[in-house]
Design a protein. Structure first.
Lengths: 131, 389
């Protein structure tokens, strides 16, 4: 992803800031600026998520796209945040430990890098809550 | 609206075709379709080309013009349009062609699809395909397409007890069908053990659970149903053309094991064709991964939710079974040149309904369905075809 495109998302990726709709109470992460329930009548405001949630489903990726090959094998998961929304991220733990329903919390981590001279992406991954 | 018929079909062989270029592939498929339809090039009113990622795979956009030009049609100045919806680009190009004829805007229309995927390395291919998912919220987190479908598989196994052997049974069946399709990329039998012992791509999906990287093109010629008999004794009629969208990201899907866009498109198609899932004799479905075929037969209503794995294992979807699925070998064995796939499905249905499918012929087939999916389910296109109008 290009630098400006990544830069626009920094606050969302680093601090798990999404949005919520004050009209219907819907929570959105990834952030949406159009409420799918209220659409133009919605009142969208920024919202910082606590960062705790649970694993809905997961996989262990062995074959990755080029900026992510150095991470393989890695655990890719859909996480349901305690406030409700679901997102895609990685879980950092032993692949034998991860399971559906596992409680996790957010952690600031490196997401990937563009070769040895390119940009390094940072963002939010998840670690087991117990630890 | 006018009824529409397919009056000719064409398809290249599918595979790693290093000696053929994108334009050569499309022209080969298009020419065989118009020869099959017995139509002169000058009669063609419009062209629709399904293609996912010419920009990434061959660094070429503006494919509508390229295809018209190299098909020898530039001097006729016919409208030529490239259509994109990731892996559903072909199905969508077909639908655009059908709408053009049904509306009365055009009479003779070519709807085709093509993808040239082997001119770039596998990492670029993986990344280009990942662009069908949400780049900012899935791709950047390391999601790959096998990874997304693996998460569907994991939850399906957790909720419904689906087993790895049942996923493997989809690949074994589709490879068996592929042995009878001279155009298929893989024409060899495999066993359950072949799948279960193959390299892990994204747990629980192994390399034999995944459709391959493929070059290929396919095309159909469409005409108003009332004049179809002028061109062919065996027109195949379009009984329904339906499309639906769903969330781009898998994580936003209300039920991660249900492609709700498939459900919506199928319901619209059944209503339009005045049919039910029970009336469908056979189908070509979007088995980009083995789990995708299991979800497809559930979401299309052929079996109850959660029973797709057991149904496949029982032989219900094999040739000779209650409802044969993917007689062509599907994306898994016939190959998956992304933009061509949705059109190839219609080519297979046409051959089957005309009784020209050779060793894989389904006897007495009257009604066939195609199901083409973009991404993890952000787009679904369902068509129903029949021997009778």
């Amino acid at each position: 992803m290009s630098v400006p495109r990544f830069w626009r998302r920094l606050k969302n990726l680093y601090n798990l800031i999404g949005t919520r709709c004050e009209k219907c109470g819907g929570f959105y992460y990834p952030p949406r600026n159009m409420c799918p329930k209220c659409r133009r009548n919605g009142v969208i405001v920024p919202f910082k998520y606590k960062g705790t949630g649970e694993v809905v489903t997961f996989t262990i990726v062995h074959s990755a796209a080029k900026d992510y090959s150095m991470l393989t094998p890695y655990i890719l998961a859909i996480i349901k945040l305690d406030e409700g929304p679901r997102l895609t991220s990685q879980v950092i733990c032993d692949p034998s430990e991860v399971h559906i329903g596992m409680k996790v919390k957010s952690a600031f981590r490196k997401l990937g890098e563009e070769s040895d001279r390119g940009m390094i992406y940072y963002g939010t991954k998840f670690i087991p809550l117990e630890k | 609206m006018r009824d529409v018929a397919i009056i000719g079909v064409g398809c290249t062989e599918f595979g790693e075709l290093w000696d053929k270029s994108f334009r050569e592939l499309f022209v080969e498929a298009g020419v065989s379709a118009i020869e099959d339809a017995n139509v002169q090039g000058g009669k063609i009113d419009a062209l629709y080309v399904g293609n996912m990622s010419g920009g990434r795979f061959i660094e070429q956009e503006h494919l509508g013009s390229l295809i018209a030009d190299y098909s020898g049609l530039a001097s006729l100045h016919i409208p030529s349009t490239r259509v994109e919806a990731a892996c559903a680009s072909g199905g969508l190009a077909l639908r655009q062609g059908i709408i053009a004829v049904a509306s009365g805007y055009h009479d003779i229309v070519i709807a085709g699809g093509a993808e040239k995927m082997t001119d770039v390395g596998v990492e670029t291919t993986t990344d280009a395909l990942a662009a069908a998912a949400d780049r900012e919220w899935e791709g950047i987190m390391g999601a790959t397409f096998p990874g997304l479908y693996a998460m569907i598989a994991r939850l399906h196994m957790h909720k419904y007890g689906t087993k790895q052997e049942q996923l493997a049974a989809v690949a074994v069946k589709n490879h068996h069908n592929g042995t009878m399709n001279p155009k298929a990329q893989f024409q060899n039998e495999i066993s359950i053990e072949t799948v279960l012992n193959s390299v892990m791509v994204a747990d629980p999906l192994r390399v034999f659970d995944c459709s391959p990287i493929t070059d290929g093109a396919s095309a159909v010629v469409l005409a108003p149903a009332e004049i179809a008999h002028k061109f062919t004794d065996t027109p195949v009629y379009v009984k329904a053309s339906a499309q639906a969208s769903g969330t781009l990201s898998l994580h936003d899907r209300p039920d991660i094991t249900t492609l709700d866009a498939t459900v919506a498109a199928a319901n619209r198609a059944y209503k339009m064709a005045k049919t039910t899932p029970k009336d469908i004799d056979f189908a070509e479905v979007h088995d980009c991964f083995t789990i995708a075929e299991i979800c497809a037969i559930e979401d299309l209503g052929f079996v109850k939710k959660g029973e797709g794995g057991a149904a496949t294992e029982s032989g219900m979807t094999a040739l000779g079974g209650k409802i044969p699925i993917n007689p062509s070998g599907g994306l898994k064995a016939c190959g998956h040149p992304v933009g061509a796939t949705g059109v190839k499905q219609a080519v297979e249905i046409t051959l089957q309904l005309r009784g020209e499918a050779g060793k894989r012929q389904i006897e007495g087939a009257e009604i066939g369905l195609t199901h083409n999916v973009g991404g993890s389910g952000g787009t679904a296109v369902v068509h129903i075809f029949g021997r009778d109008r």
